[in-house]
Ligand binder design. Structure first.
Ligand code: GP9
Ligand code: MN
Length: 620
């Protein structure tokens, strides 16, 4: 029945149908030939094939608002709009290997970059992209098609059809990429899954939502937030203040590592022998929590650079890359540091290219800075050991002092490894994920150990300080049964789940005599003020929500992004309060002393991001 109606709709509006068909098929070929979008399996290829259809129907469907010959002209113009969108993206892609975003389109600096090279990026061959325009024109001029007036419901039908196709497309995409829209990974992934035009609509929606919240913010808001953050400021330890001045800073973001692997074993073998030994030679934080949400690695990067929280849903790297920030790289740059990130993945992943610019990084050594082959890749890409080895050359060319962040990759779900890299046995729980996880953690530990040796050999070790931290959990609650087996517990309670959000955190200062394992409860939000104090950079007036990890005056406390919080004595999660020492549930009022602070921290931090408050000047 519905199918019949669709057939009638298309038959009645033949010229429109042809235009839709041409735009659809053309887009698929441009994906393949122009963008060379890679696919890894049949499902992905199928998605690529069907994803231009819903937006082609939507776009050309607007012709039904016109009558007679205006309808035909509208069809040609609408199809031309489709081609221009495709072509604009293609030209941009040839230069930036990325897709357009609304902010980019309105960013004058990017436009300037493009102007000069735009013509170089075009070729006569590109005319093929407009082939359907000419085909439609010929059909129209020769007037071969009968003119049938549309049915009065055709408008509704055509848009319902577009929506239906889109929903089917989205459902299949969800199988291929769960949480595609909420996690908003990567532009290429969005284009691959829902199509280019739909991606632009989605991007426009996200951007305009952010814009409206921004409009209602005013400069008095920032004063309120700063009064709050300043009242929480804690003085540094005077012995440690400035001890790392002018030293290089090497941050290592360790993918998916959780604290439960530290000093733990599989068949009598340590999972992290190197990281275990590093504890004796570092400030090690046993009660350090990740504070990320859906933005995963990118959230951890955001928190560490700004000492602000990421967002509760979605990734702030995508939704608020247009904000003004005063991020750590920018501050350090002003102090004479060269700042960079090394990570062998596409630069557009997590929108890093745009966000890193907003953070003031000098350079992002992305996948193009590395030689990635089939042999040296596993799982998500370049193996950690090869990544570190190849990074040494980049590191040596950087001016000193530098601030460089390394982001590892091998210990990423689904935790794949070649046999030759498997240094310990897999576990034997009922979760394959957890079983393999310990082996990729072991591999990452090895890669970091070799990296340290190489830095020593290259003379880059002595004059650097090291900050190593886990970016977020690797094993979700989904694997609780296997986890309880491994940890020899009866079950994993909500209390345990919170405790499992602990990730390793080290501050390693070569030549520094003192080393300690600290119990203070803390999180990623506290890293920035710590680094600033070690470098002797005053930051009392800065908008930040963490406190120096090494300050003797700090509150032992952390709030997680979902509102759970932990103190020396209590854990609060899912509206329940637990005693930290035993995990026993206690009266909710026992958790109250910190619940107000936990709420306010998140509230004020969100206010800064949604209102883009850092754009307002504060006199120091
Ligand atoms: C990708 C890497 C992993 O570049 O950082 O991201 P994740 O999926 O862990 O957020
Ligand atoms: Mn990660």
């Amino acid at each position: 029945m519905a199918f019949e109606k669709i057939k009638e709709l298309l038959a009645r509006n033949k010229f429109m149908s042809i235009a839709i068909f041409l735009l659809w098929i053309k887009t698929y070929f441009i994906y393949k030939i122009g963008f060379k979008i890679p696919t890894e399996n049949v499902l992905q290829e199928f998605l690529l094939l069907i994803n231009p259809l819903s937006s082609a129907v939507l776009l050309i469907g607007f012709c039904l608002f016109f009558k007679g010959k205006f309808k035909s002209i509208a069809i040609i113009l609408l199809s031309l709009i489709g081609s221009v969108i495709l072509y604009g993206n293609l030209v941009y892609y040839r230069f930036f290997a990325d897709f357009l975003t609304w902010p980019v389109l309105f960013q004058t600096s990017n436009a300037k970059d493009l102007q000069g090279s735009a013509f170089e990026l075009m070729s006569l061959f590109d005319l093929i992209i407009f082939a359907d325009f000419f085909i439609l024109l010929i059909i129209l001029v020769k007037n071969k098609l009968p003119q049938i007036e549309p049915h009065r419901f055709d408008k509704v039908r055509v848009f319902s059809l577009a929506l239906l196709i889109f929903l089917v497309n989205l459902a299949i995409a969800q199988i291929e990429r769960p949480q595609l829209l909420t996690r908003a990974f990567d532009r290429e992934m969005l284009v691959k899954n829902i199509g280019m035009v739909n991606y632009h609509i989605y991007d426009g929606f996200i951007q305009s939502k952010a814009k409206t919240q921004r409009v209602f913010a005013s400069s008095s808001d920032i004063v309120e937030v700063r009064n709050y953050t300043m009242s929480n400021f804690k003085k540094p330890d005077s012995d440690l203040y400035g001890i790392a001045q002018d030293k290089n800073i090497i941050l290592i973001s360790m993918e998916s590592i959780q604290s439960f692997v530290i000093n733990n074993q599989v068949d009598g073998e340590e999972i992290t022998p190197f990281l275990n030994s590093l504890i004796n030679d570092s400030y090690y934080f046993e009660n350090f929590y990740h504070q990320t949400s859906q933005g995963k690695t990118s959230d951890s990067e955001f928190i560490i650079a700004n000492s602000l929280f990421g967002k509760n849903s979605g990734a702030v790297f995508f939704t608020h890359s247009g904000n003004e920030y005063e991020a750590l790289p920018e501050i350090l740059k002003k102090e004479g540091y060269y700042t960079s990130v090394m990570h062998a993945n596409n630069k557009s992943f997590w929108n890093r290219d745009l966000m890193y610019e907003a953070f003031g990084y000098d350079y992002f050594f992305d996948i193009d800075s590395y030689e990635v082959t089939e042999e040296n890749s596993v799982g998500w890409g370049l193996k950690d050991a090869d990544f570190f080895e190849q990074s040494i050359a980049h590191l040596k060319l950087q001016p000193e002092p530098f601030y460089t962040k390394f982001i590892t990759l091998t210990n990423h779900f689904p935790f794949e490894l070649y046999e030759e890299d498997q240094l310990i046995n897999e576990l034997e729980t009922n979760s394959r994920t957890l079983n393999q996880y310990v082996t990729t953690v072991r591999y990452m530990d090895h890669a970091i150990e070799v990296f340290f040796e190489r830095l020593k050999a290259e003379g880059l070790y002595e004059n650097s300080i090291f900050v190593l931290y886990g970016d977020h959990y690797g094993i979700s609650d989904y694997h609780n049964r296997a986890m309880s087996q491994f940890l020899e517990k009866d079950e994993i309670t909500p209390f345990d789940s919170v405790q499992l959000q602990r990730v390793p955190m080290y501050i390693h200062i070569p030549g520094h005599r003192n080393h300690e394992t600290l119990q203070t409860v803390a999180g990623q939000i506290d890293v920035r003020p710590t680094i600033l104090h070690l470098l002797g950079i005053e930051n009392r007036n800065k908008i930040q929500f963490g406190t120096d990890l090494l300050s003797p005056y700090r509150n032992s406390y952390v709030v997680l992004r979902d509102g759970s919080f932990v103190t020396d004595t209590h854990v609060f999660t899912k509206d329940k309060c637990y005693l930290k020492s035993t995990g026993e549930e206690v009266d909710i009022t026992d958790c109250e002393p910190f619940s107000q602070k936990a709420k306010l921290d998140l509230y004020y931090s969100d206010k800064v991001i949604y209102g883009d408050l850092l754009r307002f000047d504060l006199e120091e």
